[in-house]
Design a protein around this ligand. Sequence first.
Ligand code: GLN
Ligand code: ZN
Length: 717
Amino acid sequence: MKTLAFKFPKLGRKREYKTSIEKYWKKIITEQELNERLSILQKDISNTYKSYDIDIFPFNDISKYDYLFDTAIMTGVYNPETLDNYFELCRGGSALEMKKWFNTNYHYLVPNLQNEDEFNFKFNPDIFGDFKKYNTVSVIGPFTFLKLSKNVSNFSVNLKKLVNIYSNLFDMFSTVILEEPSFVLELSTDEINLIKEVYSILGKNKGNSKLYIISYYEDIDFLTELYDLPVDGIGIDIVKGTKNLDMILKNGFPEDKELIIGCVDGTNIWRTEIDKVVEKINSIRKIKKNIIISNAGPLFHLPISVENESNIENNLINKIAFAEERLKELNLILKKVNGKEIEVWNHKSDFGIDVKVKERVSNLTEKDFNKSTNSIKRKTLQKERLNLPEYPTTTIGSFPQTSEARKIRRKFKLNKISSEDYDNFVKSKIKDLISKQEELNLDVFVHGEFERSDMVEFFAEKLNGIATTDHGWIISFGSRVYRPPIIFGDISRKGNMTLKEIKFAQTLTEKPVKGMLTGPVTIIAWSFERKDIPIKNIAYQLGLVILDEIKELENAGIKIVQIDEPAIREKAPIKKSKWSDYFSWAVNSFNLATNTKPETQIHTHMCYSKFDEIINEILKMNFDVISIEASRNSGGIVTDFPDNFKRQIGIGVWDIHSPMIPDIEQMEDTIKKVKVKIPYENIWINPDCGLKTRKWEEVIPSLKNMVSLAYKLRENK
Ligand code: GLN
Ligand code: ZN
């Protein structure tokens, strides 16, 4: 038995990837220096693989920005002549669209094929030094590449052309790993036939090289159909995929191919139960000899090493594994299968258990998930209470986070300033923002979220049952990193979480201040979740935490509360057959959290602008107002909503992902489109999303224009 590992996180133990790339962007270092730094990082990765005796690993774990984009370059869809041209396509004015990578929080760049019919092979190993001495390469396979690209004129014709492009890799490398996560989608018969056809060609072209296809994130529904292909190995994920192993036990596996078993989790951090995996592998070994074990899914969804953490309690630290520990686990499994003694790895101790929390969840009944007052009645109650003008204006929550705010927060965390000084700082920011909002004459205010580093980590720090890390950074896109918290136990509030700031903000103004909370699905999606209880129960525990918080806000006189759920679509399972189960708990957790007084107006915010497939689920959520992104498609999004939609919609009229200041006419066009479908009484005006990453110089004039637009619309309904 051999071991294989791939896509180790490129970030670096001290986030060297991020600092180097950003230094290059700021022209502090040259291209050559950047390449040198990245090749040092790549060497470190290769050495890490070697230190755990991994037999097969690629030499190219590092991309300068995104793996799928690099595949688009390898196939000649893009031809940036310089590194600056490359980054221009990643993040400049001509940047490609970004999308969530399967159901993870990683974003990839979407190749736009725009009738691209000719491809050219170009593999530029500039940062990898003398790559020839390595022999294994890993790239996104042709099917996944095309499946995730847009404007593909003719899928099958293009795929067949791509096969010739990919075949060049066989001249360069003795082992070619093609990652095909799209194989786990629910594919049509035509697509499956096409896959068989093109992989037969690839298999014929491979010469003396080895060709491995690796799938991950789920089961491949048509696994046995790949059995006859002339490839050397097929990889499956037995952590997230639960059926493939049984399928193989039942149907066998071809003798001429290696079976690559992804058995250590690439997307979550709980230590692998070595004994259980060994048992599974031994059962397979009875019918299949040449097995390779590997990581299940790329390792870049994990932080680099648990070794870097010094503030995680002992009970937890010896239960978790990051990327480096996954390599260690592969090594432990190998040893154990070979009959060797290994160290104790899975510590069996219960902790983080809170019987009261568990009981509260198990006592929930139907009525906890249903509002007794329907949305029409709520609308009347809220209208009277809030007395807002038509086309009310608001923002999504955050305002520019200056480096000053980040510095002070860091000092506070390191105990370098007192909590009193920190509170005073936050209060001064809130005060300043309230007067700015008064000046702008917005209708519903926010407190600005100056106390929050991140919309999930902030809540994690205030909850029992969730731990945060010091160095557990992972990349969400480009050089953007975040630290997913770890949900390890039953969740309850340490105290109130948002009351102090929101209550303070409300004392400063007559206008309603919106309470701002992150929803259960998003907290789960952007954390590592526990696996010992059903995910539904985690969501309900979080739902109750939010419910308690809203009740406190209500008691303090807060009339509007917004629950942000930007991850609700992303967290939806890859296979649609699993959607109804997922949406049932996702929707329930929202309705549980917001089952409060009918006169409290519940807003929800979702970042994206495409609801087509999920709209019926979204409509089951008991919100009163939903704010959505609408500026990029100038309001086209409302076509996803049904004709009889009676609730209110906040239309994003300002694309906050760009530094441009929208003018009134441009925003008016968006509303005009929306008005065709949505009665004007139900329209709110807001930016697409939070303003955290924007500059004040952009925010003030843009909001001015937004408020002027509302005035204009009120005159001319
Ligand atoms: N309230 C959050 C903010 O404004 C919402 C961000 C989000 O949905 N991603 O920053
Ligand atoms: Zn948003």
